[in-house]
Design a protein around this ligand. Structure first.
Ligand SMILES: [Zn+2]
Length: 468
């Protein structure tokens, strides 16, 4: 017993942060007024995408394209521009070599707004107390603006990057449109083998990991898979005054309860191991004791995650969330058909098929029919050992010198999942500081961003592009 305790403690004491080499950060200067003004005008374009194309305002999408054309003359002049698919914009900037290009992704569409819930107009881009208000400020016109400002800044000075750079933008990310996928297909067809792909994703956040007080720059190196599952039960229907012993809703409810009581097994995937291995080293002794000895504490972690749900649980297993249920239209009518729907987020190393299999086996009721709707498998895991990732970490350290850079598993989806076929060097990171309050503004009311963030994001891209 004492030996075991000693082993656990010694391992915890040895579990220390890796030493980071001090970097000398050279000063850079850029047109800050332009970065803010262009950004505001991008917000003023109401590029709301909709699965029903007829509801989209074509003029607003034209407006943002025109804005890019006018404000970034060097990009227009010195890059090859192509429209891809319905709403893809692709700019190809030639470097000294075309062998291993970099791809900077973003999307310029936004989700709709309910104006009544907003304190200030959602498309005026007003500045109030150091913040710019508007839909799309955080998600993700700030990275769109940052990438464009950076490339324009360098091209204006006659800079030629080491390798080619592509700016790959989509105007239908929020509706899971195919523009990004079509851009990837084009890259594959042309034999493009990127050394680095960057898309929106994690950010510089504080207070997310227990016991860690420093801010953390979370870089998504993989994302979970996704699918919806519909469950259907048919019956003869009839009047509610003479019901059978079990109704279709009863059958579905039982299935739902079984699944909730039996979550899928915990799996410590490589990206999550990397997160723990990086962040826990900066934590207090208690958490270092736990994370340095996962072989011993795994079971406890599993129990805590099952009980708490939320982010920590989502990192550790495939989650199954019930979102819809439907019976008959009449209050006293037995449904001739009842259905329910669950939304799954599939953990790395598993698959859509494996999850469906697990659900069917757990429910074990052949009166239920299943249908998989809109699925996408978990992404490939990107390497953290390559030139592109190193450039990314270095740039984060330059702009956010106090942040710990940690790879992580994204539990949400982004367009970058399509790039799995093309490369294992795909990273999901929006270089801005986010509080947990700001995270809640994404897709919600009163979305806004600090001017400091707009400038930091621009500076980040300027420093990054120089290294590509
Ligand atoms: Zn987005």
């Amino acid at each position: 017993m004492i030996t075991l305790l000693l082993i656990l403690i010694i391992r915890a004491l040895r579990f220390k942060p890796a030493t980071v080499k001090e970097v000398e950060v050279k000063e850079i200067d850029f047109d800050k007024d332009k970065a803010i003004k262009d950004f505001q005008d991008m917000i003023r374009c109401k590029t709301i995408s909709d699965v029903d194309y007829s509801k989209e305002d074509e003029a607003e999408f034209k407006k943002i394209e025109k804005l890019i054309e006018e404000r970034f003359p060097n990009i227009m002049k010195k890059s090859k521009f192509e429209r891809v698919g319905r709403r893809g914009l692709l700019y190809h900037i030639k470097g000294k070599s075309s062998d291993s290009p970099s791809i900077l992704m973003s999307h310029f569409d936004v989700v709709s707004v309910n104006e009544e819930g907003w304190t200030h107009n959602a498309f005026d881009a007003e500045i109030r107390e150091g913040e710019i208000w508007g839909r799309g400020t955080l998600d993700t016109k700030v990275t769109l603006n940052g990438a464009l400002q950076a490339v324009e800044h360098h091209l204006e000075k006659g800079f030629i990057p080491k390798d080619d750079i592509y700016l790959a933008f989509s105007g239908e990310e929020e509706t899971s449109g195919s523009s990004a996928l079509e851009i990837v297909d084009l890259f594959i067809k042309r034999g493009v083998n990127p050394k680095f792909v960057l898309d929106e994703g994690g950010a510089v956040v504080s207070g997310v990991f227990p016991g860690v007080s420093k801010p953390c720059a979370a870089v998504g190196i993989a994302e979970k898979g996704y699918f919806n599952l519909r469950y259907k039960v048919k019956s003869t229907g009839g009047h509610a005054s003479t019901p059978p012993p079990q109704t279709p809703i009863g059958i579905l409810s039982k299935a739902c309860a079984k699944i909730e009581a039996n979550p899928m097994p915990m799996h410590l995937s490589e990206p999550v191991q990397k997160t723990f291995n990086t962040l826990a080293r900066h934590s207090n002794f208690l958490y270092r004791l736990i994370f340095a000895n996962m072989w011993f504490f795994k079971g406890i972690l599993d129990k805590i995650a099952r009980k708490s749900g939320g982010q920590i649980n989502a990192m550790l297993r495939t989650t199954i969330a019930f979102t819809q249920m439907q019976g008959s239209k009449g209050m006293n009518v037995l449904p001739s058909e009842a259905s329910m729907l669950s939304n799954q987020r599939v953990i790395i190393d598993s698959s859509v098929a494996e999850t469906v299999e697990y659900i069917k086996k757990t429910v074990n009721d052949d009166r239920i029919e299943y249908e998989v709707i809109s699925s996408s498998e978990p992404s490939r895991i990107s390497t953290t050992e390559c030139e592109g990732y190193e450039a990314l970490v270095e740039t984060i350290n330059e702009v956010y010198s106090d942040a710990i850079v940690a790879p992580y598993l994204m539990t949400a989806c982004s367009d970058s999942r399509h790039y799995s076929d093309l490369s294992d060097k795909v990273y999901r990171f929006s270089p801005m500081k986010l509080t947990s309050g700001a995270l809640g503004l994404i897709h919600g009311h009163d979305e806004r961003i600090s001017i400091e963030n707009v400038l930091n994001v621009t500076e980040f891209y300027i420093r990054l592009v120089e290294k590509l």
